[in-house]
Design a protein around this ligand. Structure first.
Ligand code: AMP
Length: 636
């Protein structure tokens, strides 16, 4: 029997108050091998076991089940404006490619529960590899191609992959970005060594083959051309993947996702939030290295029987019309991007955006960082389509706040990512008292009552204690999930996000931990101490700015020496973490602003960098320290 709802408010209420009946209804959107016995087993909070007792498979839901109704319809559309390649795969062809990849992995001994690390550019083989893993019950861990050897080594040691799938190179803005030497270096740095490295050779960059370890994808594929690899039915709670994300410590957290809850959450989100219909085309401009890439390049659209576009390239190359030409060509109905991309386009002639027929497009969704009003307005004017902000995190895998137009049409409000999404019992909490804030427009920490809805992280890979301590113990006197974001809610239930409560920063929609960057900078031989803060930036939302105390300041005494030192430090970050984490500026100070008890005053540094009042500084050890920061920023 279906539940009926007369409004979104009722729909949301049912998702909390009649949780099991609500999610049982959503669970019908996917295929099950074995029905579940319990919708939500929350007997060991905060660990939620969604659809306990059931069995299913993500790859079956994304690929195999569509073979009956839409075998020849596009499933994957790969477009690279870097290599001028365009190739489409129907569901039937995708099915064949995924089975080949699965057979290659099995031949290397990969079995259910084993980890496979994927360090690849945006190419079709990366999609095959992800789907192949979940097909055989292996757990993938995709590492963003922009990360360098040190970041990669940390992830190799944590996930302990049996096999790594990689490629010779990616390309960006016409430049080849080689991957293999970074991977080799990462493996030499890590304690764990993978048994095999499967290399997709695009012919972009020469690389040295490690005998006995490296295998060639093209020849392996030939050997497994007719492979038939059935889906491994796994328990609902079987981990599908690990995706690392930054936190307040230098050690990234492996967000662990389940299988059934994730499939149900994504299928439901396509219906209620994104309004994508089977047979249509979805275009998310993210990267498979990020959560949006997992949920809305690969799994969400495919589970929903949609074609998905995988795009390698920039939004403005060969010109700013490129994305919009794809919308016309593939009749894209749903598009998903990040505010930074919109800000990049905003610098271009809007005529590029309207040169093409966008009539298939229903809406453009933006997420990952705050969407400023001028950008949203410019974009809406340029494409004459609804611009819909939505707020979520790597941890949740799908939106926490959005406008659920599939349930009830509602207006957007600029600056707001919308209302609480069904399944999320969001509360604003007073940081000092732990009390819930119920009056409108009052700032609090955005928290969620357990259990988190299906699709959200199960735990931190290999570290249940860290999961509990990090996410469920930071709200004063309460066991609630903390998003680590500040927010306010207006009288209509719309939220506004006011920034992180921790030391995580967001550069062009990429989440970075300032601790990680600080640790990397500290490895420079002349750095004694460093503070990294996120500073508002017109284009990227935020950029990282570093203030370092040098062991021997004489080495950076002249402007030229300081410049050279800054470049050296930036190179350290590039080599260890990747250019994505490179600070925009490194400034040298005599002393860092700290409290008398030795705590770094990051918020005060940030405020000064942004020209704001640094607030109460009575606990500050040496007021001259902040003055020096102020002067350095003024002379940038
Ligand atoms: P990530 O895990 O990389 O997706 O980063 C999640 C963080 O990005 C959130 O905790 C927010 O700080 C920020 N974020 C994501 N989406 C939005 C949005 N729509 N508006 C404002 N901030 C956002």
């Amino acid at each position: 029997m279906s539940l009926t709802y007369s409004s979104y408010q009722e729909f949301h209420r049912a998702s909390i108050e009649q949780r099991d009946a609500f999610w049982a209804e959503q669970a019908r959107l996917i295929d099950w091998h074995k029905p579940y016995e319990q919708v939500c087993d929350y007997s060991q909070p905060p660990f939620a076991k969604w659809f306990a007792g059931g069995q299913t498979n993500l790859c079956h839901n994304a690929v195999d089940r569509h073979l009956a109704n839409r075998p020849d319809q596009n499933a994957l559309i790969f477009v690279s404006t870097e290599t001028n390649t365009e190739k489409t795969y129907s569901f039937r062809e995708l099915h064949a490619e995924v089975q080949r990849m699965a057979a290659i992995l099995q031949a290397q001994g990969v079995a259910k529960g084993d980890r496979v690390l994927i360090y690849m550019p945006m190419i079709a083989e990366a999609c095959f590899a992800m789907l192949a893993c979940v097909r055989i019950g292996a757990i993938h861990s995709v590492v963003f191609g922009g990360f360098a050897s040190h970041s990669l080594a940390t992830r190799i040691d944590d996930a302990q992959p049996k096999v790594i799938v990689s490629a010779d190179a990616g390309m960006r803005g016409g430049k080849v970005v080689p991957y293999k030497h970074l991977l080799d270096e990462a493996i030499s740095l890590s304690s764990h060594k993978p048994a095999a490295v499967l290399m997709v050779n695009r012919g972009l960059a020469d690389f040295a083959k490690v005998e006995g370890r490296d295998i060639d994808y093209a020849s392996e594929r030939e050997r497994h051309l007719n492979a038939q690899v059935p889906c491994e039915w796994v328990d609902s709670t079987h981990p599908s993947y690990i995706l690392y994300t930054s936190g307040t410590t230098g050690k990234p957290k492996g967000v662990q996702r389940d299988t059934a809850g994730y499939a149900v959450a994504l299928a439901a989100s396509m219906k209620h939030i994104y309004l994508g219909e089977p047979g249509e085309t979805y275009f998310s401009t993210s990267d498979i290295g990020w959560v949006v890439g997992h949920s809305y390049i690969i799994y969400g659209p495919l589970i929903n029987g949609m074609a998905t576009i995988m795009y390698e390239g920039l939004p403005i190359r060969p010109d700013a019309g490129i994305w919009w030409s794809l919308v016309e060509k593939y009749k894209v109905s749903v598009m998903f991007s990040a505010p930074t991309a919109a800000r990049v386009l905003k610098k271009q002639d809007p005529a590029y955006l309207t040169k093409y027929d966008l009539s298939s497009l229903k809406a453009l969704f933006l997420a990952g960082e705050p969407l400023d009003e001028p950008t949203a307005t410019w974009m809406a004017d340029a494409i004459q389509k609804p611009i819909i902000d939505n707020y979520w995190q790597t941890e949740t895998g799908w939106p926490i706040m959005a406008i659920c137009n599939g349930v009830e049409k509602a207006p957007t409000k600029f600056g707001s990512p919308g209302k609480a999404v069904y399944g999320y019992d969001i509360k604003l909490i007073d940081e000092a008292t732990g009390e819930e804030i119920t009056e409108p427009n009052k700032k609090g920490v955005i928290a969620v009552e357990g259990p988190l809805p299906p699709g959200c992280l199960q735990t931190i890979w290999g570290d249940d204690a860290r999961f509990v301590k990090t996410y469920w113990s930071s709200i004063h006197n309460r066991v609630m999930y903390s998003t680590f974001d500040w927010g306010v809610r207006d009288a209509d239930g719309y939220f506004y996000i006011l920034g992180r409560t921790d030391d995580v920063i967001n550069v062009a929609g990429h989440r970075l931990g300032t601790r990680e960057i600080e640790e990397s900078i500290s490895s420079h031989p002349n750095v004694a101490e460093v503070a990294v803060v996120g500073v508002a930036d017109q284009l990227k939302g935020q950029v990282a700015v570093a203030f370092a105390v040098l062991k021997d300041p004489a080495k950076a005494a002249t402007t030229e020496q300081a410049k050279a030192h800054e470049a050296e430090i930036m190179k350290v970050v590039d080599d260890q973490l990747g250019a994505v984490a490179r600070p925009a500026m490194v400034k040298f100070v005599n002393v860092l602003p700290k409290t008398r008890s030795g705590k770094l005053l990051r918020r005060a540094i940030q405020a000064v960098c942004e020209g704001r009042d640094p607030g109460d500084l009575t606990t500050m050890e040496d007021p001259a320290a902040l003055q020096q920061v102020k002067e350095l920023v003024a002379t940038k």
